[in-house]
Design a protein around this ligand. Structure first.
Ligand code: DX5
Ligand code: ZN
Length: 215
């Protein structure tokens, strides 16, 4: 069964409480939270303070995606804010193994995100240490972009690597996921669909989440 993780980035931040309540009453499995620092990516979003408030009312696991430089410096802070999963970018971490160990020792599930240009083979020597791979299907930094079709090939390659080694790693797909393309993404081997605009910009987000879940 595919997991659905709506991305709060596309929510109406003036109505953050009701957006969170919508997530609680929906079929969503996780809530995805995008942290951007204006350095690793051009955009700036929100940090641990907002996540701390959201975590207080959301009753689903908080899947925190750090698009920031030197993310290890903030692992403890995101743990304190309520992150259940902490995903960091391979491109931002020269000491990736060390950062992953830190995240796990803080009691969070550890994820590694890869940008569209980064081959999945770069994950080979860390795959057995992690819980989640976030395959970016757009260039990180903004919601509402178009899905990059080559991601489907990367999903298949990664799925094969995971199967061959009999690992328990979830593949999440981040960016440009819609009701129209969800099936081919799932068929390629995705375990988790992250959806920002598709969910939060819809007239009826609850039914969109249900539709994604039913695919
Ligand atoms: C992009 C973020 C995504 C974003 C997805 O940098 O990592 O999580 O919120 O948004 P949509 O689903 O609108 O492409
Ligand atoms: Zn994300």
């Amino acid at each position: 069964m595919t997991l659905i993780a709506p991305s709060l980035l596309a929510a109406d931040f003036l109505k953050l409480q009701s957006e969170c309540e919508m997530i609680n009453s929906s079929a969503a499995d996780w809530l995805h939270l995008d942290v951007m620092d204006g350095a690793f990516v051009p955009n700036i979003s929100f940090g641990p303070m907002v996540i701390e408030f959201v975590h207080k009312i959301v009753n689903k696991p908080c899947d925190v995606h750090l698009m920031i430089e030197q993310p290890g410096r903030y692992a403890q802070e995101f743990k304190n804010a309520g992150a259940d999963h902490l995903t960091i970018h391979i491109e931002a971490c020269p000491m990736l193994h060390q950062d992953i160990s830190q995240i796990k020792s803080l009691g969070m599930k550890a994820g590694v995100a890869v940008n569209p240009h980064t081959p999945v083979s770069f994950l080979s020597d860390i795959l057995h240490e992690i819980d989640i791979v976030n395959l970016m299907s757009v260039n990180p930094g903004f919601g509402g972009q178009k899905f990059i079709p080559y991601t489907l090939e990367k999903i298949k390659q990664l799925k094969q690597m995971i199967r061959e080694r009999n690992l328990n790693v979830l593949i999440e797909i981040d960016g440009g996921v819609t009701i129209e393309n969800a099936k081919e993404i799932i068929d390629a081997g995705a375990d988790v669909l992250i959806a920002g605009s598709t969910v939060f910009k819809a007239d009826d987000p609850i039914s969109v989440i249900e539709k994604l879940k039913a695919i």
